[in-house]
Ligand binder design. Structure first.
Ligand SMILES: Cc1ncc(COP(=O)(O)O)c(C=O)c1O
Length: 367
């Protein structure tokens, strides 16, 4: 629809991937369910594992937001694992975050063990000396990291990676394509779990990879076709429907997060409060330089696991759930999943409720 600069976020979310108006055609077409297609010339599609118009519509919308070619996959982990399998060969060097989404590390160690990779796990805040990149084939960053919300300098690390002949991929799940455009900052691949804010209704699993490198995109599409790791048309259609409100949802989530963080600052039960949007957050300066807008996820600590359970029990609006970016405000006590954090560490995902209701509920639940 545009080059990424002509229209604002809301317009691009509403119109992305919808094509030109056609008299008599539905304004918002439904999903195309197809295994085989009629063969003949000209035909864009022949078999549902290789191509689907509903995928292409959403890929066009997300690709435009990311500034690259988008390849949809059935979950965030499918996106991450497809990239790792497509790029890495036996004995390659790989840098992954030590403080990012835990299943990525698990996948590398358990499912890619036969590749005998040289894996280095580095905290998002580094240090990142140039020697680290020697012999590395792929650098995977996650910024802001989940759950710690630390940030690293994508452009600087892309330069270091490229100097060493490595590709740089960024897990952009927490930021979303509206919050950050890793490809513009020099990344080769932007990866995301669209299960989170991009779809945002807690009813779909989906993921994607975007790249400005046409060969890499073709390789990823081929990997998808041959592995059979394909998104369902209905999920894809639901995601496209949800994308239309991403700008609105993110704006409400971010303003709710700001209101909650302001209310929790200095609260006697709360320590370790972090949100990149807070001016005195350690990540704020760098995040402001490379991000386009804030999201609704912040973190803090309560005394222990029991204190978190009590908080959830007392709250009327906040529920415990292990995801983020949805309409509903949720908390997740990350130590239960093995993240290297304190037992009372909470990742809070601000939803789209009314800010006054949410702040009052959270303060009452903590009192
Ligand atoms: C940062 C990040 N990357 C990837 C994933 C995996 O996504 P999915 O659950 O859609 O496979 C998650 C899921 O929580 C995540 O938080």
């Amino acid at each position: 629809m545009d080059d990424g600069t002509r229209y604002g976020d809301g317009t691009r979310c509403v119109h992305g991937g919808h094509g030109d108006p056609e008299p008599g055609a539905p304004l918002a077409p439904g999903p195309v369910f197809a295994a085989p297609y009629h063969l003949g010339e000209p035909a864009a599609d022949f078999y549902g594992r290789a191509g689907n118009p509903t995928w292409r519509a959403l890929e066009s919308a997300i690709g435009e937001l990311d500034g690259g070619e988008c390849v949809l996959l059935p979950s965030g982990m499918a996106a991450i694992s497809t990239v790792l399998r497509a790029v890495l060969r036996a004995g390659d060097g790989l840098l992954v975050p030590s403080d990012g989404y835990y299943a990525t590390r698990q996948f590398v160690h358990e499912e890619l063990a036969e590749l005998s990779l040289h894996v280095q796990e580095i905290p998002t805040t580094g240090p990142w000396p140039p020697e680290l990149f020697d012999g590395v084939r792929l650098v995977l960053l996650e910024t802001p990291s989940n759950p710690g919300l630390d940030v690293c300098d994508i452009a600087a690390l892309a330069r270091l990676a490229h100097r060493a002949g490595a590709l740089l991929a960024v897990d952009n799940t927490t930021a979303t394509p509206l919050g950050q455009r890793p490809l513009e900052l020099g990344a080769d691949l932007a990866i995301a779990s669209d299960t989170k804010a991009l779809t945002g209704h807690s009813d779909v699993l989906l993921g994607h990879v975007s790249t400005a490198d046409a060969e890499l995109a073709a390789r990823l599409r081929r990997a998808r076709t041959l592995s059979g790791s394909i998104p369902g048309p209905f999920e894809t259609w639901l995601a496209h429907r949800s994308l239309g409100t991403l700008d609105l949802r993110l704006a409400r989530q971010a303003s709710n997060a700001a209101a909650l963080v302001a209310a929790l600052r200095g609260h006697p039960a709360v320590t370790g409060l972090r949100w990149p949007g807070l001016p005195d957050d350690p990540a704020h300066e760098l995040a402001s330089a490379q991000m386009r807008r804030w999201g609704g996820v912040f973190r803090f600590e309560l005394a222990d696991a029991d204190a978190v359970a009590e908080f959830v029990r007392r709250s009327e609006l906040v529920v415990a759930a292990t995801s983020f970016g949805g309409l509903h405000s949720t908390v997740d006590r990350r130590a239960q999943w093995g993240d290297p954090v304190a037992p009372g560490f909470v990742r809070f995902s601000a939803g789209c409720e009314d800010p006054d209701d949410l702040v009052a509920d959270v303060l009452a639940a903590l009192s």
